[in-house]
Design a protein around this ligand. Structure first.
Ligand code: ARG
Length: 467
């Protein structure tokens, strides 16, 4: 039986009937739907609408549905169910008889779908934070192994200053920790319960909304039934947070691709995550990285789809909102599949440390440190910059580095140069000069690793608590 057939004289056009169904994709909400339905059933009992026996029957029926769904995949192949809500009602009536129809007393699918989606997003956020904790922890391990090696840092993709490999990798940890925090923040607004909002004006029975929310682990209840049934901000915000995460992953992937090219040669692609070419026998291609970069487009596309779907919708529920589900699922599936692979890649990758260190020693990346040497000897910063620029110009003409210029020549540029200038040009001195919190001086990077581990720890513990 349909959930709404009474008023209709004609049956639906069969093509339209099939086309408007959402069960093919919202069946993944079954677990959430069953939880929400159990909470509603308990509230119906408390309101005196269900007898104890009816409640027990309904709860057992809902439990059986969960078991069947877990045990028999064919159970979910239902060509009649309009959506997951209809599916549960149908199955419940099959299992426990007419009492199953009582479950829908005083409620609407509009509040149900809003509730199910919130439960789904909440669980997905918890999973994502767990995956991010793993990724950050592996990145930090790799950063720790990279405190003995320098590499060039680039601005404008031109060699800028040397940094520790560990410092570079910690930059990614910062981005992913912000993503985890953004998800936690989003979770606060996700974690409120719409149950009891009815179709648009509130439930038609006096249901204890607080206790339904409580039973489902929500922090509170939504304040307005019109808003509660039409609000998908939480989904937009969630996929927005996923878009930023995807952007970070995409920048990470791009940089790894670049650094794995023969021209850089810093990154040795792990074979387990690369493929070859059917034509060129020598090739090892960075497929994992390229797909990560590519899939960010898809996630941003999903975020855009959600925004455009909701834009201009009048209050309250409109069937357009059914279209918010697939982009949401696609975005979260895409990221959830990607993160463990990225973590695996990060564990497996090798860095060509000699080459990185070598690259960190050429290209005048000690020029700023050289200017700092002059500043320390009382030369005004702008003039010091000018003098070192002069010296660099001479080096470019001679294809040499600053340390190759004889002292007398340097002294003709500025009398402030002395023999100890050459020490300030050494890679170790250049690194050490960046001795501020957040800088690349080795001691600072080592303490940053400790601080980072402290930030990851609670995230990992929380992950275990949810598991
Ligand atoms: N399948 C619907 C959706 O996903 C459930 C809500 C249907 N409500 C309605 N009034 N037709 O949005």
């Amino acid at each position: 039986m349909k959930m709404w057939s009474g008023r209709f004289r004609q049956s639906l056009d069969p093509d339209f009937e099939r086309w408007q169904r959402s069960f093919s994709f919202d069946r993944r909400l079954l677990k959430c739907e069953l939880l929400a339905s159990s909470a509603h059933a308990r509230a119906l009992k408390a309101a005196g609408v269900l007898s104890s026996d009816e409640l027990i029957g309904i709860l057992q029926g809902l439990k059986q549905i969960a078991e069947k769904a877990a045990g028999e995949p064919a159970f979910l192949q239902d060509d009649e169910a309009e959506d997951v809500h209809h599916f549960v009602e149908k199955q419940l009536v099959t299992l426990i008889g007419e009492a199953g129809y009582k479950l829908h007393s005083g409620r609407s699918r509009n509040e149900q779908i809003a509730t199910d989606l919130r439960l789904y997003v909440r669980a997905t956020i918890d999973q994502l934070r767990q995956e991010l904790a793993e990724l950050c922890s592996v990145l930090t391990d790799r950063a720790e192994q990279g405190t003995d090696t320098a590499m060039p840092a680039y601005t404008h993709l031109q060699k800028a200053e040397p940094v520790l490999v560990g410092h570079w990798l910690l930059a990614y940890v910062e981005m992913f920790l912000r993503d985890a925090e953004r998800l936690a923040d989003c979770r606060k607004r996700v974690n409120v319960c719409p149950l009891g909002s009815g179709a648009v004006a509130g439930a038609t029975l006096s249901l204890d909304r607080e206790s339904m929310a409580d039973g489902l682990g929500f922090e509170g209840i939504t304040a307005n039934s019109i808003d509660a049934t039409s609000d998908r901000d939480f989904a937009l915000e969630f996929v927005g947070a996923l878009s930023l995460l995807a952007l970070h992953l995409s920048r990470w992937a791009e940089e790894m691709i670049l650094f794995s090219s023969q021209e850089y040669g810093f990154v040795i692609l792990p074979e387990a995550y690369s493929t070859g070419s059917s034509a060129m026998p020598q090739k090892k291609n960075p497929d994992l990285l390229e797909l990560v970069r590519g899939k960010s487009g898809r996630i941003i596309g999903n975020a855009t789809a959600l925004m455009v779907t909701v834009k201009g919708l009048p209050l309250a529920y409109n069937k357009d909102l059914q279209e918010t589900q697939e982009p949401l699922f696609d975005a979260s599936d895409t990221i959830l599949q990607m993160l463990p692979l990225v973590t695996g890649w990060m564990k497996a990758v090798e860095f060509n440390k000699e080459r990185m260190q070598q690259a960190a020693m050429s290209g005048f990346m000690n020029a700023w440190a050289a200017a700092t040497y002059l500043v320390d000897r009382g030369v005004a910063s702008r003039l010091a910059h000018e003098r070192i620029g002069k010296a660099v110009q001479i080096c470019i003409e001679r294809s040499c580095e600053l340390q190759d210029l004889p002292l007398e020549e340097l002294q003709s540029i500025s009398p402030a140069f002395a023999a100890d200038f050459y020490d300030s040009l050494k890679l170790s001195s250049v690194l050490a000069v960046h001795d501020v919190v957040g800088g690349t001086a080795p001691s600072r990077v080592r303490s940053a690793i400790q601080v980072t581990r402290k930030k990851i720890e609670p995230l990992r513990e929380e992950a275990h608590a949810h598991a």
